[in-house]
Write a protein that binds this ligand. Structure first.
Ligand code: F0G
Length: 353
C-alpha cells in the first residue's frame, strides 16, 4: 500500500511539471468513486451508476485539482500573487493553495451570491476578498484585465494549468473502473471541468489506458444555460450559485467535447436539481452542493436515453457543507424544536409511548 502524495506526484508523467517545479499541494485528488444504487434504480434499467465525489478534496471541491497545478506553476514562474473571479469554490481553493505556497490571493466574487461556507473559507485562508456589485461574468472580465495590467497571476480555468490539473479526475475514474464509463455526466458552469475531463479521457485513451471514450453529458441550470440557448445570458439565475454563469469561458471547448464524444447538453431546473440533491443525501448518504447535484438531475432527466447495461459516472463537484443555507431552507425534513429536556418528552417526540 503506497501513501498518496497528491495528484502532481501521482500523475507527474502526464503533467507539465519538471524537477524545478515547486509542488504546492494539500494532497488533493484520490477521491472516491461511490456506487449509487438508488440512483441506478430510479433509472429503471440494468445500469451501474457511480458518483465521483470530488467534494472530498482538501477545500471541498474539484477546484483543488486545478489549483495545485496553477499555484505551483505561478510560484515556479516567480509570481507573488494570484487572482480569480469566483462563484465561491475557486476562491476557496485559490486562497488555500496561494497561502500554502506563500503567495498573496485576491478573489473577486459576486456580492450576495456566494454560499456561506465558501466565503468563510476564503476569509479564513486570508485572501483579499473583493465583493463586486455584479455577477461572475463581470468579475471574470475584470480579473482578466487586472492580470494583464498588474503583477498578479490569473488562476481561473482560462489558465491552462488549471485544466491540466483537473484532467486527473478522468484518470482516476479510469484507474478505478478499469476503463472509461459509457457516460460521464457533469455540471457545466464556466465549462472548464467538462473540457478538462475530456482532455483526460482522450490522453488516457491515446496511452491505451482505456479502450473507449465516454459520451460527455453536460448539464446547465435552466436559468443559466447559455450553451443551450446558443447565446450568452446577461442575467443568469439559479439557486445553484456555483454555476450561475451566463458566458462560459470554455464554451467552444465544451461544445467540441460534446460533439466529438457523441454526448449531449441539457438544462435542468432548480426543482430538478433540488430533487436530485435531496435524493443523494436521503437515499445514498451523500451530501453534495446544489450545482453538483445537477449531474444526477440531468441523468434522471434523460433516463429514457440511457442504454441498457450502461456504466455511468456522475461528477459531484463540491461538498454539501459549502452551502448550509440551501440545505436548511430546502430540506423537507423538519427539526423538531422546543422539546423538554427529559426522557419522557424525548421518547414521546421519537414516537415511543
Ligand atoms: N460545480 C461546482 C461546485 C462549481 O463550483 C463549479 C464552478 C462547477 C460545478 C462548474 O464547473 O465552471 O468548470 O464548468 N465554479 C466556479 C467557481 C465558477 O468560481 O468556483 P466549470
Amino acid at each position: 500500500r503506497s501513501i498518496w502524495k497528491g495528484l502532481i506526484e501521482t500523475y507527474r508523467a502526464y503533467l507539465p511539471v519538471t524537477e524545478n517545479t515547486p509542488v504546492v499541494t494539500l494532497l488533493e485528488g484520490n477521491t472516491p468513486l461511490i456506487p449509487v444504487p438508488a440512483i441506478a434504480a430510479a433509472i429503471g434499467k440494468k445500469v451501474q451508476v457511480w458518483v465521483k465525489y470530488d467534494g472530498l478534496n482538501p477545500t471541498g471541491s474539484f477546484k483543488d485539482r486545478g489549483m495545485t497545478m496553477a499555484v505551483s506553476k505561478a510560484k515556479e514562474e516567480g509570481s507573488k500573487a494570484v487572482i480569480c473571479a469566483s462563484t465561491g469554490n475557486t476562491s476557496a481553493a485559490a486562497a488555500a493553495y496561494a497561502k500554502r505556497g506563500g503567495l498573496k490571493a485576491f478573489v473577486i466574487i459576486p456580492d450576495g451570491y456566494v454560499a456561506l461556507g465558501k466565503l468563510a473559507q476564503a476569509l479564513l485562508y486570508g485572501a483579499e476578498v473583493l465583493a463586486i456589485n455584479g455577477n461572475f461574468d463581470q468579475a471574470l472580465a475584470i480579473v482578466r484585465q487586472v492580470s494583464e495590467q498588474y503583477p498578479v497571476t490569473l488562476v481561473n480555468s482560462v489558465n491552462p494549468y488549471r485544466l491540466q490539473g483537473q484532467k486527473t479526475a478522468a484518470f482516476e475514474v479510469v484507474d478505478a473502473l478499469g476503463d472509461a464509463p459509457d457516460w460521464l455526466c457533469i455540471p457545466v458552469g464556466n465549462a472548464g471541468n467538462i473540457t478538462a475531463y475530456w482532455m483526460g479521457f482522450c490522453e488516457y485513451h491515446q496511452e491505451k489506458k482505456c479502450s473507449q471514450l465516454p459520451k460527455m453529458m453536460g448539464f446547465q441550470a435552466a436559468g443559466a444555460a447559455p450553451i443551450l440557448a446558443g447565446h450568452p445570458i446577461e442575467h443568469p439565475e439559479t439557486l445553484a450559485t456555483a454555476i450561475r454563469i451566463g458566458n462560459p469561458a470554455s464554451w467552444n471547448q465544451a461544445l467540441a467535447a460534446q460533439e466529438a464524444s457523441g454526448g449531449q447538453f441539457h438544462a435542468v431546473t432548480d426543482e430538478e436539481i433540488l430533487h436530485a440533491y435531496r435524493l443523494l443525501a436521503a437515499e445514498e448518504g451523500i451530501f453534495c452542493e446544489p450545482a453538483s447535484a445537477s449531474s444526477v438531475a440531468g441523468l434522471l432527466k434523460v433516463k429514457d436515453q440511457v442504454p441498457e447495461g450502461a456504466k455511468i459516472v456522475c461528477v459531484l463537484t463540491g461538498n454539501g457543507l459549502k452551502d448550509p443555507d440551501t440545505a436548511i431552507n430546502h430540506s423537507k425534513n423538519p427539526c423538531h424544536q422546543g422539546i423538554e429536556a427529559d426522557l419522557k418528552s424525548v421518547a414521546a417526540a421519537m414516537g415511543f409511548s
